[in-house]
Design a binder for this molecule. Structure first.
Ligand SMILES: O=c1ccn([C@@H]2O[C@H](COP(=O)(O)OP(=O)(O)O[C@H]3O[C@H](CO)[C@@H](O)[C@H](O)[C@H]3O)[C@@H](O)[C@H]2O)c(=O)[nH]1
Ligand SMILES: [Mn+2]
Length: 668
């Protein structure tokens, strides 16, 4: 218990670094517009997808359409979709989107609709009157629904209709064998933005749209998202080579059509702009229910800690919703004067030549013997390629910015089942801890390059797995000791108790006040307390074990993709605020066992106090009591719920066996 207290205490000190130097930024995009007008720099947008089942093509193209319709000169915008699934279905969806964009872009700009994701826009609005807007709305909506229908039915069938395949030469890429992990490079320019004939239905130029699936071969490491980003950086450099790159995940649509201008304010700022490497927006979601049960919303992190890290000059790169300077992302060191040119995109070659040149840059062997993945582009070998890449960019002398506007710039899909939420956290925490133990550790790599506050700030996240052990101690030892009558804390009458009570009360009150002050509800904060402990005792524990195994050479790091869809029933349960436990992973067994153990111990202790009026260990009873109250949804899932999201029977049985054994050992 003493060790646990010490570790948690140290972590508390570290987590204060995120609160010392909080800064908030406010760009003035109107001034940017009046100064630069149309003379703004070209922007390349990278969207990454990896699996047509977990990331449905119709979701992906909504993201693509949202970034294609930014309020920004179309001829300066190029959108690249990287498909690590190598899927013809995704290519087909993108082809459909390229046709639909001819209607969607002029419509959305003409009426300045928001957001620019057609799926979200049409689900939020209604137009029934007789205005010309309503007529266009109805027309574009019908086109959208027809397109979505075709994409979804192709996805359900697993194949593209023959007559559609004849409409674009790109489908012939799939005539030879293409498997997810074994295929040649595919590059298709679907819209050539330089071609004066590539226009929408109103005659305006369209943004360039490119599909990429880099070569994959068995035996060649492909480095997950980092590898895909590096291929994108290279291949886009021969096509549009914009000085600014926006990177979003395939589920993260652009929610604010003017966000590019906001971000440019940072890069074009006369004083600090030339040192700015990236502008990161927080990760926000469009599927969060009231009182967020899986703690996806991170109020304190987004509004305080990340701004606090920004104050130390180390705003994190979190992988999506981030505008980069191409130079700094590609590996250049900061060296004084870096200007962003606002010239036009100049294309030098024909589409076919560009495609061939780009393909060569996306081949497996291209990176062999180069610095890609080490000093150039995104860093390889870590499941959180974003964090480690951001850190190494900062250590090359650049300064990032974190910008959290009140109108969310990007919105994605948050996990809606406990299992997926925990798997995501175990990937993150494993990656983070790996950074801490590697040569990229902020205290080593960052020495003399970033401030001490910044180095500590990184550790708020890098040390997540370390929290698993003290947290487990705190939820397991007090109930066991209560059953065995072993005191762990000073007695209630001792003056030492004041210290414990003070720390508990002060820390709890502070965290509640902080969370509510930045927008959370009290119930949301309460739910967060539960999920934080669950994450620590499951996901972070597995990450810790996995890290040790990897260091012993017993396992290799992987990237388990976060599913972006669930079945309708699970979706309904999520909307009702029911936690989805329905999985028999070891993580659920831990959750159930700990909840039951505390319940039994609490019942035992409370029974002794009430019925036999015996002396009890009040502080331990209180510790168990807190976890019992927080675990109410777990008991419900164990004993009362009958739906598919309840605890599977085998989990219940396993946890009952463990708890009854522990009880027998303790009591007798
Ligand atoms: O081999 C791969 C694996 C993933 N991805 C893409 O990477 C993105 C992120 O994957 P996801 O499963 O959604 O992970 P999240 O945990 O939601 O992602 C967060 O954390 C990741 C690091 O763990 C970052 O890469 C992401 O940008 C960040 O949003 C998605 O667009 C994927 O399509 C690839 O392109 N290739
Ligand atoms: Mn995601």
């Amino acid at each position: 218990m003493l060790c646990a207290e010490a570790v948690l205490g140290c972590y508390w000190v570290i987590s204060q670094s995120g609160r010392w130097a909080v800064v908030y930024r406010f760009p003035f995009k109107d001034k940017l517009s009046s100064r630069y007008g149309e003379k703004v720099p070209p922007v390349d947008v990278f969207v990454c997808t990896a699996d047509p089942v977990l990331e449905p093509p119709s979701l992906v193209v909504n993201t693509v359409l949202s970034v294609m319709s930014y309020n920004y000169p179309s001829h300066k915008l190029s959108v690249y979709l990287s498909d690590d699934g190598g899927s013809q279905l995704t290519f087909y969806a993108l082809f459909e989107a390229s046709l639909f964009s001819k209607y969607w872009i002029p419509f959305s700009k003409k009426y300045n609709v928001e957001p620019r994701s057609p799926a979200v826009y049409f689900s939020l609005t209604n137009a029934v009157d007789d205005s010309s807007f309503a007529r266009e709305w109805t027309h574009v909506k019908r086109l959208y629904e027809e397109m979505k229908g075709r994409i979804d039915s192709a996805a359900a069938k697993g194949s593209v209709p023959e007559h559609m395949r004849d409409q674009h030469k790109g489908f012939s890429e799939w005539n030879s064998k293409v498997e997810k992990k074994d295929h040649h490079s595919i590059v298709q320019i679907l819209i050539d933005g330089w071609n004066p004939e590539a226009t929408d239905v109103e005659g305006n130029r369209l943004p360039t749209l490119v599909y990429l699936s880099r070569e994959k071969r068995p035996g060649w490491p492909h480095n997950f998202k980092a590898g895909s980003m590096n291929a994108l950086i290279r291949m886009s450099s021969v096509i549009s080579n914009a000085p600014i790159i926006l990177n979003v995940d395939c589920d993260m649509y652009a929610n604010d059509p003017d966000a590019i201008k906001d971000a440019l304010c940072f890069f074009l700022d006369e004083k600090h702009g030339s040192q700015t490497c990236y502008v990161q927006y927080p990760q926000q979601y469009n599927n969060i229910i009231k009182n967020d049960i899986y703690g996806n919303q991170n109020f304190a992190t987004d509004n305080i800690e990340l701004s606090g890290l920004d104050g130390f000059g180390v705003a994190l790169y979190v992988g999506t919703g981030c505008f980069h300077r191409r130079e700094s992302l590609s590996g250049k060191k900061y060296s004084g004067n870096h200007r962003i040119e606002s010239g036009d995109n100049i294309k030098k070659e024909s589409v076919e030549k560009l495609e061939d040149a780009a393909k060569a840059l996306a081949n497996c062997s291209y990176e062999k013997g180069t610095l890609w993945g080490k000093e150039m582009g995104l860093v390889y070998g870590c499941p959180v390629e974003d964090i480690v890449t951001g850190l190494s960019i900062q250590c090359r002398g650049w300064k990032p910015a974190y910008y959290n506007p009140s109108k969310h710039a990007f919105k994605g899909v948050a996990p809606t089942t406990l299992d997926v939420a925990l798997i995501q956290h175990s990937r993150w925490s494993e990656g983070m801890f790996q950074i801490f133990l590697s040569k990229y550790c902020p205290f080593i790599l960052g020495r003399g390059k970033i401030s001490l506050g910044g180095q500590m700030g990184y550790c708020i996240y890098l040390l997540w797995p370390v929290l698993s052990l003290p947290t487990l101690v705190y939820v397991v030892i007090p109930p066991l000791a209560l059953l065995r009558d072993v005191p762990l804390f000073p007695s209630v009458s001792s003056s030492w108790m004041v210290a414990f009570a003070y720390v508990f009360a002060a820390k709890t009150a502070y965290s509640l006040a902080e969370d509510v002050a930045v927008g959370d509800t009290v119930k949301g904060w309460w739910n967060l307390q539960r999920i934080v402990v669950i994450r620590r005792m499951t996901a972070y524990l597995l990450a810790l074990i996995e890290t040790v195994m990897r260091m012993l050479g017993l396992s290799q790091s992987a990237f388990v993709l976060t599913a972006k869809v669930v079945d309708d029933e699970a979706e309904m349960r999520y909307k009702k605020g029911l936690i989805e436990f329905g999985s028999s992973s070891i993580m659920m067994v831990i959750v159930a066992t700990v909840a039951l153990l505390n319940l039994v111990a609490f019942g035992w202790g409370a029974g002794k106090a009430l019925w036999f009026a015996e002396e009890v260990l009040w502080p331990q009873l209180a510790v168990c009591g807190v976890w019992v109250v927080l675990s109410l949804p777990v008991y419900e899932a164990l004993f009362f719920r009958r739906d598919k999201g309840s605890m599977p029977l085998q989990v219940t049985v396993k946890s009952l066996i463990v708890v009854s054994t522990a009880m027998l050992i303790c009591v007798f």
